[in-house]
Ligand binder design. Structure first.
Ligand code: GAL
Length: 416
């Protein structure tokens, strides 16, 4: 009897433990700035309300480079987390290696094909099957502006590259740092891609960075992109230490710099700092890109053999992410807009309203462009090659736009 009781006791304890871990999700992400943490908290709370415990696997570093390095080592050693923030072309690479759970059952139940804009569902699928769930739509081609500083310098709000340079010069003359820029390569590429979109327009941007058209990559137009990129450098603050994108956003809020080129996750930051986007900090389309839309879509993928083996929790998390209420709350905190177009935007600020309008118009005219800096445009190999050329150019004392365009074409050719 005693032996039986012990055995039963032990096995029910084991069952309890298994059930408990089954209701656990370990989630890897890189949302560690003030605004990002608030958004991540919305996800955590939504799951915890359903009895799913959240194990936070947050790796600092905007853009997610460090997070991806850690994820690779966990996955390769057979111990991946339940879910990971994975996006763009990376999804194809992870799915091809066989790591990701297929989400078709939950996608069918929740009608993802009908809910999601085709440009988004296509990113979430590998060989026609869903392998990730989208969280939001971020617009990357934004310029964030401290209006008081522009006023002080007598500068106009810029709407073209020419008026942008005129404003930057006035700010500089007035002793104000025109542009705050953090120290990561992806932040430099964020600046580069907005200038490229202004110079090239959506069609040529696509041919160059998505179709990788060799002629365009080495063309006079691309030389002009590098020329304009070069011209911005004197207006960027000189950094003496590593700086996150959120530190640069704080400089704009605190009046230490006038403008920042950054995706609208910066808006999540401004909101978390108690500022009203569109009022305290203005959102202008990056100069010369009015009406265009560079997209960055955050998404989560789920691992087949995650450390806790819990397919039910994975499905629940995927489902939760696409509910209207989660979409509303999360995107209000994150600075992005919902991926579902049936979520009312009444509570969203005017920057989000403008973003939604631009997204719709560009989707209709097939003019949406994927973000280069955010890994939405190409494979990680091509992306790395482009990053190298762009950041080398930005840091070189003798940067030559002509040579940079040739180098870009060569680097892309050898990486494809
Ligand atoms: C991006 C991500 C955004 C964001 C940003 C800065 O890669 O898609 O959600 O917050 O990094 O960390």
């Amino acid at each position: 009897m005693v032996v039986m009781a012990t055995v039963l006791g032990t096995s029910s304890m084991v069952i309890a433990a298994v059930t408990e871990t089954k209701r656990d999700v370990e989630v890897l992400h890189w949302w560690t700035s003030k605004g990002e943490m608030k958004a991540a908290r919305v996800l955590q709370d939504s799951l915890e309300q359903q009895g799913i415990a959240w194990r936070n696997f947050a790796i600092a570093g905007g853009g997610g480079e460090s997070a991806m390095t850690v994820l690779k080592s966990r996955a390769v050693s057979g111990n991946p987390p339940t879910a990971a923030q994975l996006k763009g072309e990376d999804l194809q690479e992870w799915a091809m290696l066989g790591f990701l759970t297929q989400l078709d059952p939950v996608a069918q139940k929740q009608h993802w094909d009908q809910l999601l804009p085709p440009v988004i569902s296509q990113i979430m699928k590998y060989q026609g099957h869903y392998v990730a769930v989208p969280v939001n739509i971020h617009r990357v081609n934004w310029l964030w502006v401290n209006p008081a500083l522009l006023k002080k310098a007598g500068a106009e709000l810029p709407d073209s590259l020419a008026s942008f340079f005129a404003a930057a010069e006035k700010l500089k003359q007035a002793g104000i740092v025109p542009i705050a820029l953090g120290s990561d390569p992806w932040q430099e590429v964020t600046l580069f891609e907005s200038i490229a979109l202004a110079v090239l327009g959506p069609e040529d941007y696509r041919s160059a960075f998505v179709d990788l058209d060799a002629d365009l990559l080495s063309s006079a137009k691309m030389v002009e992109v590098f020329r304009q990129f070069d011209a911005i450098r004197p207006y960027v603050d000189v950094k003496t230490k590593a700086m996150e994108w959120s530190d640069a956003s704080a400089m704009v809020v605190d009046g230490e710099a006038a403008m920042q080129f950054m995706g609208d996750w910066a808006k999540g930051e401004f909101t978390a700092m108690g500022k009203v986007p569109g009022v305290d900090v203005l959102c202008l389309p990056a100069p010369g890109t009015q009406g265009f839309f560079t997209y960055n879509i955050d998404s989560f993928a789920f691992f087949k053999h995650d450390a806790t083996m819990n397919p039910e929790s994975q499905a629940k998390m995927a489902h939760t992410i696409l509910t209207p209420e989660f979409q509303r709350q999360f995107n209000l905190a994150k600075g992005s807009i919902p991926v579902r177009n049936d979520v009312p935007l009444t509570e969203f600020d005017r920057c989000a309203q403008a973003s939604a309008q631009a997204f719709r118009a560009n989707a209709e005219h097939h003019q949406l462009v994927p973000s280069l800096s955010q890994g939405l445009a190409n494979s990680s190999y091509v992306q790395a090659a482009i990053f190298d050329v762009v950041t080398d150019f930005f840091h070189s004392k003798k940067a030559d736009p002509q040579q940079a365009a040739m180098r870009l074409e060569r680097a892309v050719r050898s990486a494809r």
